[in-house]
Design a protein around this ligand. Sequence first.
Ligand code: SP5
Ligand code: ZN
Length: 327
Amino acid sequence: MLDGKKNRLFFCADLNEYFVPRKEIDNGKFIRNPENPSRLKLVLNYLQENFQVIQPLEFGEEHILKVHSEKYFNYLVKKSQEVEDEYLPEVFFVDQIFDTGTPIKKETFFAAKRAVDIVLSATKYAFEQKVITYALTRPPGHHAMVNYGGGYCYFNNAAVAARYLEEKGMRVAVLDLDFHHGNGTQDIFYKDPNVLYVSIHGDPRKFYPWFSGYETECGEGNAYGTNLNIPLPENSDINAYGEALKKAIQKLKDFKPDALMISFGTDTHIKDPVGRFALLSEDYKTIGSSISNSLVIDYLIIVHEGGYNSRSNLVAVKNFLAGLLGE
Ligand code: SP5
Ligand code: ZN
């Protein structure tokens, strides 16, 4: 897939362990929020034992403001300063958070900003060194829209990085493999012909985020055709998923991107408590190798999104990378 320093992967990571959202309202009931640092600890250990680390850099706020509105950015700053304990909206689309699962705590802005820095650090490194990089961080990003946070996401990490590459003159594709549709990434690039968004996810007629992720959403204006949603039914296994992946890869090939960002959510695993697909551990190797065997791309950055079972997260990442790196 990459020339030269082939098959080497570098990672940049920070789990922001001081940031622990506690609650979420699901179906009218308070439940424990599944987006916590421990879900990624085994993945972090695995990366540390097998790959070389990229030291995180600090980037200016202007990168975030190239995908999010000032109104939303300022809201998050202010709300994080003011909040006592934990603020959780009780209805959808009040102020600047669109759901009832995305709490704001004192640490929220700082953690969200740090997650962006991790992904930008991995992206800058991939761009400069021409190696594959993995950004392991939280809170995740792909649900965060221009104007709203939601789905445990505050800033859209992958989108900030995609825009960073776009501004370097790249044609960028984002392949979103999280169980949930990345409504935020779609929203941010919906009218942008230089960034292709392709997503395979649980059918929004049945699954979160419900209002977005339909096949009919194709992009707008001169960006029509640069957004592809491939929804799949509950319990989809590698057969259905493999077919969807073929379509996704064909779309990526036709677009001929210079850079590919993979929004990698491991909540597609059969043992994930939130997602409802039936992918098995070994299937991730198939997925990884399908991608690397069919695409020729200069820059590849993998950004971790969802995944709520720490053991299935570990095997999914391990097998996906094995497939991708041709091991
Ligand atoms: C990054 C990411 O994976 N965000 C996912 C956010 C999903 N949150 C809402 C899940 C609601 C699931 N409700 C299931 C109903 C069964 N009681
Ligand atoms: Zn998800």
